[in-house]
Design a protein around this ligand. Structure first.
Ligand code: GLA
Length: 378
């Protein structure tokens, strides 16, 4: 059974009868442009074929009732009277409701059954998928206009202000704005994006190291502060506004750590724009090389990789047909992404799984993904 059928069955078992609609919002993999979003820079993610699904019945009234098939747990809240409770999957939905209400949107109640297949904590943005699926459910039920960029900002506000995670805008933007078959080149300062078609003959492979990011929140916030310090040194608000030339001219004056952090972000923006250009030209060799360089920069300058990610990337890179590989997402565990020539992906997957298992003793998950559509009603 598909997950769409599963979520409809869960709805039926929980509430009786049929849902009115099913909504879906995808997780993402970032091809390049890491730790650049909160610096106002460029990212190039795509939506993957793993998503959060919610089967929804319109109820009117003030109550939202939910059941989560993943957590085997139900929850409900009143749209006109809700508070932050324990850290819990339902807080993402409340956070979305809160951000929508702050825009003055009149919200209506619903019953929903939810299920997702984006692995949690692996750096594939299961929380952005949940936020955008919730926003889509509210917009269908309450019948307000769906503005994909504003809804991404709603998702980010839910996460920053309600759940309390200080993420950038990339994950919500791609879960909202993705087009099937395309990656999305996003300018994280203006929030303007361009759809970039995935070149023919190339496969995107996700490599889950089976390590989960431990102290990622504190390390993430520390990186953000270091970037802000570096930007302030150059008299800018965002590192995006420091050109590679400006950086080189004064790099020696910076303390070593700040210099390394800034060098990653400034060179990553250049690589990301070049990667989008290479994709448009169908130049997989250049795209792969830029992904390799991004990994080295994240490992040595930004220092957000870990042994498992480095091992996975090294194994991937030594396989025939692999053009490039890098860690993806916030880092400290989770997933890497590889660019593989079509026709090589089956052997690639098999060998990488076996070698990684042998070398690390961990059970990885490796899968070829398609680029899917952003948040939608099915
Ligand atoms: C996490 C955050 C994103 C982004 C990446 C790093 O996924 O949610 O906003 O900062 O890390 O590129």
């Amino acid at each position: 059974m598909s997950i769409e059928q599963d979520v409809v069955s869960l709805f039926h078992e929980t509430y009786g009868g049929e849902p009115d609609i099913v909504v879906r919002a995808p997780g993402r993999v970032n091809l390049i442009g890491e730790h650049t979003d909160y610096n106002g820079g460029f990212v190039l993610p795509m939506a993957i074929n793993r998503a959060m699904y919610i089967a929804v019945r319109y109820m009117g009234g003030e109550m939202v009732e939910l059941v989560s098939g993943d957590f085997h747990h139900s929850a409900k809240f009143n749209l006109n009277d809700f508070e932050y409770q324990n850290p819990h999957w339902c807080e993402y939905i409340k956070g979305v409701a809160h951000a929508l209400k702050q825009r003055g949107l009149p919200l209506k109640g619903w019953e929903g059954a939810m299920m997702g297949n984006v692995p949690r904590g692996s750096g594939l943005s299961s929380s952005a998928a949940l936020e955008l699926a919730a926003a889509k459910a509210f917009s269908e039920v309450s019948d307000f206009n769906w503005d994909p960029v504003d809804m991404a900002v709603v998702g980010q506000e839910a996460e920053n202000n309600w759940v309390g995670v200080n993420c950038g805008i990339m994950d919500q933007m791609i879960s909202s704005c993705a087009q099937a078959g395309h990656a999305y080149l996003l300018d994280c300062r203006s929030l303007e994006g361009q759809q970039v078609p995935l070149p023919e003959g190339l496969k995107i492979v996700i490599l889950d190291t089976a390590t989960r990011r431990g102290l990622v929140d504190s390390a993430y916030n520390e990186r953000r502060e270091q970037c802000e310090e570096a930007a302030a040194f150059f008299g800018c608000e965002l590192l995006r506004d420091v050109s590679p030339e400006q950086f080189e001219a004064r790099a020696e004056e910076l303390p070593e750590l700040t210099r390394k952090r800034a060098r990653h972000v400034i060179t990553e923006d250049v690589r990301t724009l070049a990667a989008a250009e290479a994709m448009r030209k169908g130049d997989g060799e250049t795209l792969g090389r830029l992904m390799d360089e991004s990994h080295i920069s994240l490992r040595d300058d930004f220092e957000v990789s870990n042994d498992a990610l480095n091992r996975m990337v090294a194994i991937a890179r030594s396989q025939p047909g692999c053009l490039g590989a890098r860690m993806t997402g916030a880092g400290f565990g989770g997933c890497a992404v590889a660019l593989v020539k079509e026709g090589f992906e089956d052997a690639f997957t098999e060998t990488v799984v076996a070698r990684y298992k042998e070398e690390s003793g961990l059970e990885p998950a490796v899968y070829v993904t398609e680029a899917t559509q952003g948040a939608m009603r099915l």
